[in-house]
Design a protein around this ligand. Structure first.
Ligand code: FMN
Length: 408
């Protein structure tokens, strides 16, 4: 069975087809349509641990859970262990009333009511997983020791991962203690403490009507690249450092920093890594694959050829959030159906509406230009359609354009 549940630390995911962290795309608008399209799990784009610790409002929006996401991961980047630990603590201290609220919104209106979804800079959704970025190739990031600089600096990767794992574990213990106090208080009819008010505990305690639920620490995972360049292939050292520091899963994007997003991803390395990690951890730490997953068939091949536990779709999901359900069908039944273009464009419009709620119409419509270009791939007369897309300024513009082009 190539399609199966996956366990990351104490978190069980229903399946193994994920949306990768993709800057500029995997905001909650896109994640929510990917979820509708069958994604089992999705990652936010990378969020700066430094900015988070500084208290940037923009960061809070990047990290928000999509209303239809029952499980998701926040990805952090940073080069300083202490800052990474502080960022993890901040996220996990954001626990409380928000946890689980998202599920009250239906998928037909995946973004729900704006007023209900509003959040302040200090109230974060608590993710099921926190992922550390050790792959970003952008010089502004790598020169701070973050991103793919970490793949070639296993000592620093170890320290950063260890700091994050420790912070998460401490938060879980603190949450457990407060939850126990509250259980006792509830029994005696005393007032229960709010996790927010305590402001020092972790993500995994949820208190409602004096009922207490405790789970383990939020698992920390790491996403690495194959190495710095062809002369410095370091995925093995990086993965071993991350695992030694307590990472609960490793994702390998099988390109080097020097390759950027060009050239073939090294799936042989992925197969080797999968076998290595299985041997080192007795199968406790899953390995996920990223790179060149542009079709359901490619995902099936990656799972088959490498033995990895799950695949991440990145560019392959752009403009086709149904690639997840198509892949699942392929893996389960051996075939899948094409998605009519009108269904894809409708999904794009739902994404736009979600983005409007978060970013306002002007910004959302601009951000959606490149995304609608992806949605319109393969459409007859696509060039003319894309010429219209890159000048659209309102939701009405988009709808009128798509109706005129006969794709709605
Ligand atoms: C525009 C763009 C932005 C990306 N942003 C991130 C990011 O924020 N964090 C991350 O770990 N990887 C990021 N990636 C890498 C992807 O997650 C993925 O590993 C990579 O695109 C390889 O998969 P693909 O060949 O199937 O696209 C990004 C990739 C692209 C193309």
């Amino acid at each position: 069975m190539l399609y199966h549940p996956v366990t990351i630390g104490g978190v069980v995911l229903p399946g193994n087809l994920f949306l990768a962290p993709v800057a500029g795309y995997s905001d909650r608008a896109f994640r929510s349509v990917c979820r509708e399209g069958g994604a089992d799990f999705a990652y936010t784009e990378m969020v700066s641990s430094e900015a988070l610790v500084r208290g940037s409002d923009k960061t809070a929006l990047l990290m928000a859970r999509a209303p239809n996401e029952t499980q998701y991961a926040i990805q952090l980047f940073g080069g300083e262990p202490a800052v990474m630990a502080a960022a993890v603590r901040l996220i996990l201290n954001g626990a409380s009333a928000e946890r689980g609220d998202a599920g009250t919104f239906g998928s037909a209106d995946a973004c729900g009511d704006a007023a209900e979804r509003s959040f302040s800079a200090r109230r974060f959704d608590v993710p099921e997983v926190i992922d550390i970025n050790a792959g970003c190739p952008v010089p502004k990031i790598t020169k701070t020791g973050a991103g793919s600089a970490l793949t070639r600096d296993p000592d620093r990767l170890y320290k950063i991962t260890e700091a994050a794992v420790r912070a998460s574990a401490e938060c879980a213990v603190a949450a457990k203690n407060i939850a126990a106090d509250n259980a006792a208080a509830a029994k005696n009819g005393d007032e229960v403490k709010s996790l927010d008010a305590e402001a020092k505990n972790g993500a995994e305690a949820k208190i409602s009507d004096a009922e207490v639920t405790i789970a383990g620490p939020v698992p920390i995972t790491v996403k690495i690249r194959a190495g710095w360049d062809a002369d410095h292939i370091t995925w093995k050292e990086a993965a071993c450092a991350a695992i030694e520091a307590g990472a609960s899963a490793i994702t390998l994007h099988g390109r080097t920093r020097a390759q950027g997003y060009e050239g073939a991803a090294d799936w042989d390395a992925l197969a080797e890594l999968t076998a290595l990690v299985a041997g080192e951890t007795g199968g406790k730490v899953p390995v996920f694959g990223s790179g060149d997953v542009f079709s359901p068939e490619a995902a099936a091949r990656m799972l088959e050829q490498t033995g990895c536990a799950g695949v991440m779709f990145a560019r392959g999901a752009m403009g086709n959030p149904f690639i997840f359900i198509q892949t699942r069908r392929l893996l389960q039944t051996g075939s899948y159906e094409e998605i009519p273009v009108s269904v894809r464009m409708e999904a794009g419009l739902r994404e736009l509406r979600c983005l409007i709620e978060d970013a306002g119409e002007e910004s959302a419509c601009r951000q959606m230009r490149k995304r609608f270009c992806a949605y319109s791939k393969g459409v007859a007369g696509g060039a003319a359609l894309r010429a219209g897309i890159v000048t659209a300024e309102t939701e009405r513009d988009y709808v009128a354009l798509f109706r005129a082009a006969g794709v709605l």
